[in-house]
Ligand binder design. Structure first.
Ligand code: DX5
Ligand code: ZN
Length: 229
């Protein structure tokens, strides 16, 4: 696993050309495809489901990182596993039985993670650290791309980084620390310094202008910012 991973969110892609879009970001150096699932119930927006995951799966080799913003979660977990998802994360508020949902994800061969909203407390992690392959901190309120990074996420990232390091030092499995919302070339270095290792970028990647080298250009600038940290 590279030290830092860039996960373009296809929420900002051109949905009419989705196969081409995911191939293009993979060719441009993306590490993961971030796949935002919204149900117009848990969040006030409606996006894409397992059929689209299955449709893009043959177009890329990199893992598909499914971020579930749906309630309930359990039934759809199984559908995404069958549709070729590699990582499945969900919000603890959206599941009545968080431990069961996490176990279900791994039972179906995927990596499992919890997503914490900006105001969601870290105690949700307390009794499930051994069930997690990823912790995703939202740095915007979920529902839309193109929002502004919420600065209090930095302090929260530092706290989660400490928890993960303590867990690993005590013999626990590695856990990726992902951040989602408002990540750009000009803030990714400080987000990394706070402890994140996996960076979702939607509008920053898919909104990258051609004169700036398009997807390849912006992913290069994100990596350069990380390297220059
Ligand atoms: C928001 C989604 C994000 C979104 C990020 O609810 O979870 O993944 O696409 O978009 P940007 O990078 O534009 O903030
Ligand atoms: Zn997301």
């Amino acid at each position: 696993m590279p030290e830092f991973r860039i996960a373009p969110s296809i929420l900002s892609a051109d949905f009419a050309r989705l196969g081409e879009e995911v191939r293009a970001v993979e060719a441009a150096g993306a590490d993961l495809i971030h796949f935002d699932v919204m149900d117009n119930h848990y969040v006030p927006n409606l996006t894409i489901g397992p059929m689209i995951c299955e449709a893009i799966r043959p177009h890329v080799r990199i893992p598909i990182d499914v971020h579930l913003m749906v309630s309930p979660v359990d039934r759809i977990i199984v559908d995404f596993a069958k549709a070729g998802a590699n990582i499945v994360t969900f919000h603890p508020e959206a599941s009545d039985h968080v431990d069961r949902s996490l176990a279900l994800i791994r039972e179906h061969g995927c990596q499992a993670g919890l997503v914490l909203n900006p105001a969601t407390a870290l105690h949700h992690l307390d009794h499930v650290m051994d069930r997690l392959d990823m912790i995703l901190l939202m740095s915007v309120n979920p529902g839309f791309g193109g929002q502004k990074f919420i600065p209090s996420t930095l302090a929260k990232l530092r706290q989660v980084r400490e928890r993960i390091d303590r867990h690993v030092a005590a013999g626990g499995q590695p856990i990726a620390l992902e951040v989602d919302g408002g990540i750009k070339v000009d803030n990714i270095a400080e987000v990394a310094a706070a402890g994140a290792d996996t960076f979702v970028a939607g509008s920053a990647v898919f909104g990258a202008p051609d004169p700036g080298g398009g997807y390849h250009g912006v992913i290069g600038r994100l990596r350069a910012a990380l390297a220059g940290r």
